[in-house]
Design a protein around this ligand. Structure first.
Ligand SMILES: [Zn+2]
Length: 110
């Protein structure tokens, strides 16, 4: 199966770049989570507080639909879906930057 995946990615470069961008978005989303938790001196790996992402303003635990990189931010118009607090553009920018970096790395090492 893994060999077939490598074959398809070689045959369809758009698929490879899409996969790289998707991995970059997920990593970027995780990095924003990590930066926030470290800056706020909150646990990020273990413990009850580290279990789920939540709004820093209203502390509502975010649902899966709120955690989709870029798309959730766009769909909520840059605001918390629960309290309306503005969400910084820094979050989607980090996700987009991470996706672009992943695609550049793929381009350089293909
Ligand atoms: Zn909120």
């Amino acid at each position: 199966m893994f060999d077939n995946l490598i074959l398809y990615l070689g045959l369809f470069p758009c698929l490879a770049y899409g996969l790289a961008a998707g991995c970059g978005l997920v990593l970027g989303s995780f990095l924003t989570f990590l930066f926030y938790r470290i800056k706020a001196r909150e646990p990020w790996l273990w413990g009850k507080e580290a279990a789920r992402s939540r709004c820093p303003s209203c502390h509502t635990t975010l649902k899966a639909r709120d955690l989709i990189p870029i798309l959730s931010w766009v769909m909520a118009r840059g605001q918390c879906r629960y309290c309306g607090q503005k969400i910084s553009t820094r979050y989607p920018l980090i996700e987009i930057t991470s996706a672009v970096v992943f695609m550049i790395i793929l381009y350089l090492f293909r």
